[in-house]
Ligand binder design. Structure first.
Ligand SMILES: NC(=O)c1ccc[n+]([C@@H]2O[C@H](COP(=O)([O-])OP(=O)(O)OC[C@H]3O[C@@H](n4cnc5c(N)ncnc54)[C@H](O)[C@@H]3O)[C@@H](O)[C@H]2O)c1
Length: 385
């Protein structure tokens, strides 16, 4: 049967309505490319743009930054024809379908809202918003508008995550008891926002581990945390000497129900003999233990190298799932474009991102009050069936 011809707008709408079981429309990538606008042309745009440039489902039509020279530079480097110095000009300029938001963490909420209000799909770097309530309102708005909204990070897309999820589902660890994750380095030196209110090591670093652990062990029921500032002042490229307001040291305990407790440690004061680059990290940065087995993720969950698994029957660690299968942490926006273009299902959901945002918010509340904080949000789990 020949599918009815769709104009561009109808095509994208049809893609959005599709579910996991819906067949993708006939392949015709050039006609069906999702038009992408990237806002925020700083550090991370340098790794997102090459990925988007390679994606057969995406065409970057515009770049935008309040520092216009940055938009010009990225535009020249990646041959993007339209450059804007402000979101208002971007939204009023060349038509596009998907906004990829790579700005300062504190800017995401209002820019995402403005884009959704204008009927755009949004892929946002973390966090989606500054609070759970604002994030939920944003998701509600995007549903009303018939647009899609997603937030980084995407560790649930790695083959190593899938492997660990299957080990857990098969009961290979026996009665699961505890998990630990850690991620830290000595802190970004280029922008102040990482250390200002709304920044911190939790939304920048722990967010990966919190996404992985809730993805593997289930939504958290409650959170207890201790946070601190170890280095009270910093020198950063954009503002010189600044006061550090957000946590640069964080210990977060999550209760996943059924007795399962996890611990996530993150900070901006972590000397690492292996450096910041993921490919050189070979420790277990995530460990999960049960009554009949244990497993450790080799390397970071954003750049995993494999999974070491030991069980009652095979008590020595055996390294498995070493194939990356094309997964890289900076491919989120390209996968969002693919999802829009084909209707293909995506394991990354806004509900999961908002749950992790609530964990971070609750950790701050726990630090402020000295109390355990119950959570309200949840997401579809298990992530990998
Ligand atoms: N740098 C990394 O390695 C990395 C990795 C993963 C995720 N991230 C995340 O990506 C986001 C950006 O981080 P970064 O390191 O690229 O920061 P950055 O400071 O290098 O870049 C941010 C850019 O956004 C621009 N910007 C700020 N507000 C704006 C606005 N209202 N409109 C348009 N442009 C605006 C700034 O001028 C700047 O060029 C953050 O959420 C961060 O947590 C960064």
């Amino acid at each position: 049967m020949t599918p009815p011809a769709l104009d561009r707008r109808t095509f994208l709408g049809a893609g959005l309505a599709a579910t996991a079981t819906t067949a993708a429309p006939a392949a015709d990538p050039p006609a069906k490319k999702v038009r992408v606008a990237v806002i925020g042309c700083g550090s991370v745009s340098g790794v997102y743009l090459p990925n988007l440039a390679k994606c057969p489902y995406a065409e970057v039509v515009a770049v935008c930054d309040i520092k216009p020279d940055r938009a010009e530079k990225r535009g020249d480097r990646f041959k993007v024809p339209n450059r804007y110095p402000h979101i208002d000009r971007l939204l009023g300029g060349v038509p596009f379908d998907l906004l990829v938001n790579l700005t300062d963490m504190q800017e995401h909420e209002h820019l995402n809202r403005q884009a959704v209000e204008a009927g755009k799909h949004v892929w946002s770097e973390k966090p989606l918003a500054n609070s759970l309530a604002a994030g939920q309102a944003l998701l509600e708005l995007s549903r009303k508008k018939g647009t899609r909204l997603w937030g980084a990070p995407i560790p649930v897309m790695s083959p190593q995550f899938a492997f660990m999820a299957k080990v857990l589902a098969a009961g290979q660890l026996g009665r699961v008891a505890a998990a630990h994750a850690d991620y830290g380095h000595t802190g970004p030196g280029w922008s102040a926002f990482f250390y200002e209110k709304g920044g911190g090591s939790m939304p920048d670093l722990a967010v990966y581990n919190l996404t992985t652990l809730t993805g593997l062990l289930g939504p958290a029921k409650s959170v207890t945390a201790m946070l601190s500032v170890v280095t009270p002042t910093r020198k950063v490229d954009d503002k010189g000497e600044i006061k550090v307001v957000a946590e640069d040291n964080a210990m977060v305990l999550m209760d996943h129900g059924n007795g399962v407790i996890s611990h996530t440690q993150s900070g901006f004061n972590y000397f690492n003999p292996h450096g910041h680059e993921g490919k050189n990290e070979t420790r277990h940065t995530i460990g999960i233990v049960g009554s009949k087995g244990a497993m450790g993720l080799v390397g970071y969950d954003w750049e995993p190298q494999g999974v070491d698994l030991a069980t009652e029957n095979k008590p020595g660690f055996v390294r498995q799932a070493t194939d990356k299968g094309g997964y890289v942490w900076q491919m989120g926006a390209a996968l969002a474009a693919e999802c829009l273009a084909t209707g293909k299902d995506f394991l990354v959901t806004p509900e999961h991102a908002l749950h992790v945002l609530e964990v971070i918010q609750a950790a701050r509340q726990s630090q402020d009050t000295g109390r355990r904080v119950e959570l309200r949000s949840t997401f579809k789990w298990p992530v990998v069936a």
